[in-house]
Write a protein that binds this ligand. Structure first.
Ligand code: NAD
Length: 485
């Protein structure tokens, strides 16, 4: 085993969970056993909540300008340890080093945003009548929880950690049991940055801990990122216990490609979007709706996708089960009459035979009612559907229950605006394959890609991680008149 068994991190210390039950953490790159992760119990969660509750009064009353000093130092440590953190992400998740480095760079950007929060959370004050003022201020919620998925072992945790802490909350995070190593390292860096013990805690495990988080009376808010099925469970369970909850779910992102699209740029964008991070991005292009004759672009997409080679510039998918599931989708579409233009099944990498790789796959003449067109595949696969008009293409996009992202490829500004106005997704790209809003803009989808109000990053996160205190204050307006007498 390459690393020591994973431990929980409670009150500034790495501690064993109160269980002997563990799961293996296996590198998708080559099947190496990296570590084991404990399946913690609700008792472990309770210990973390108690530690966080004790330190909450001191942390929440520390002025925000002081709190963000920790994050300035944390940002610096992320930069200093960039390569090491990226290696960990690549090992446990299967990404290429280039993608893993980009992930840590994104963590740095997220932390930079959090250090700017003092500029953004100022409240309001107004004299509403003589001597009476109304004032609002954003105050922290208390102990909050963040439940995260496997596909960004460091970035998705950093969607929540810097903002929630800067805004004065104490946090319990539940990493994905498939990729628990990165969060443990982040805990060490936060401590090195000077974060007081107990403000940030890590409890490893599976659905038992997720359910315990939703049920625990000491936790005020739950942020969840993962698949739609689990997002629904978490949203229902957390709100049943009257907690604030924002639950981001899965996706099926549609790209509308119009005949006037710039062929080279479109092909590069589509190929990169479908295959980046081995297609395991909630922003990945998964369905392409070809409007009219775009055969010349489809040909170029295949040429671009052929340049993406497993083990070279394409990482692995998370597990053997995942590889089998993705390949099954392809096989089923083929059996139903779709044409496989580029086939990524049975990909292997010499010397890494236990790695779980799927090559880029382009499937044409997919019908909107096929599973491959409707469901989230989470692999480097794009399903192309053919339509004659933009309205038909929009109807396909709109009919999908998800609503994370959609993109249109065209050189016609009016047509782009038409699609922006009608696509039913929270994040829209124009000639952009992965339309992730960068800070200070907020990240979040619509429909079954997100449950709850607001978005998870950027300015919108302020509303989620704080509550408004409204005070009405009355002083004698004449108080100063006879002050010296
Ligand atoms: P997942 O839903 O399987 O797991 C997410 C978290 O929930 C993990 O921590 C896991 O331990 C826990 N969990 C799993 N099953 C559970 C259950 N039955 N009850 C309670 N908790 C449970 O997701 P994943 O496979 O780790 O991640 C991939 C999914 O995440 C994809 O659907 C992807 O689209 C989505 N995702 C969405 C976004 C977004 O911004 N919308 C971002 C990243 C990933």
């Amino acid at each position: 085993m390459k690393y020591l068994p994973v431990q929980n991190y409670i009150n500034g210390q790495f501690v064993d969970a109160s269980t002997d039950q563990t799961l293996p953490v296996i590198s998708p790159l080559d099947g190496t056993l990296l570590a084991t992760v404990p399946l913690s119990t609700p008792k472990d969660l309770d210990a973390a909540v108690r530690a966080a509750k004790i330190v909450f009064p001191a942390w929440s009353h520390t002025p925000i300008k002081e709190r963000v000093q920790v994050l300035f130092r944390y940002r610096h440590l992320l930069e200093m340890h960039l390569k090491e953190l990226a290696e960990l992400v690549s090992e446990e998740n299967g990404k290429t080093m280039g993608e893993a480095i980009a992930e840590i760079e994104k963590c740095i950007e997220l932390t930079e945003f959090a250090t700017s929060l003092p500029q953004l959370v100022t409240g309001e004050v107004l004299e509403v009548s003589k001597g009476v003022e109304c004032r609002t201020e954003h105050v922290p919620l208390g102990v909050v929880a963040s439940i995260v998925p496997f596909n960004f072992p460091s970035m998705v945790p950093n969607w929540t950690i810097p903002n929630a802490l800067a805004l004065g909350n104490c946090m319990i995070i539940k990493p994905s049991e498939k990729v628990p190593l990165s969060v443990g390292r982040l805990a060490q860096l936060l401590k090195e940055a000077g974060l007081p013990d107990g403000v940030f805690n890590v409890v490893n495990g599976d659905s038992t801990i997720v359910n315990a988080i939703c049920d625990h009376p000491g936790i005020s808010a739950v942020s969840f990122v993962g698949s739609t099925n689990v997002a629904k469970i978490v949203y229902q369970r957390a709100t049943h216990h009257y907690k604030r909850c924002l639950a981001l779910g899965g996706a099926k992102n549609h790209l509308l490609v119009l005949p006037d699209a710039k062929a080279d740029m479109t092909a590069q964008n589509v190929a990169a979007s479908m295959s980046g991070c081995a297609g395991q991005r909630c922003m990945a292009a998964s369905a392409m709706v070809a409007v009219g004759d775009v055969d010349h672009i489809i040909k170029k997409i295949c040429e671009e996708a052929k340049k993406i080679v497993p083990g070279q510039n394409l990482g692995a998918v998370i597990s053997k089960e995942s590889k089998e599931r993705i390949e099954h989708y392809i096989t089923e579409a083929e059996a139903q009459g779709a044409r496989i233009l580029l086939d990524g099944r049975n990909a292997t990498v010499a010397g890494k035979e236990l790695g779980t790789y799927v090559g880029p796959t382009v499937i044409d003449y997919v019908k909107p009612d096929m599973k491959v067109a409707k469901e989230e595949i989470f692999g480097p696969v794009i399903s192309i559907m053919r339509t004659n008009t933009v309205d038909e293409a929009l109807a396909i996009e709109n009919a999908n229950p998800y609503g994370n992202a959609a993109s249109v490829f065209t050189q016609n500004g009016g047509m782009a605006r038409y699609v922006i106005d009608r696509a039913s997704a929270g994040m829209i790209g124009v000639n952009v394959g992965v339309p992730v809003p960068r800070e200070p803009f907020s990240f979040g989808g619509w429909n079954e890609s997100k449950f709850g109000v607001g978005d998870i990053t950027g300015k919108s996160s302020i509303e989620f991680w704080t509550k408004l205190k409204k005070s009405t204050v009355k002083w004698n307006p004449e108080a100063g008149v006879n002050w010296m007498s």
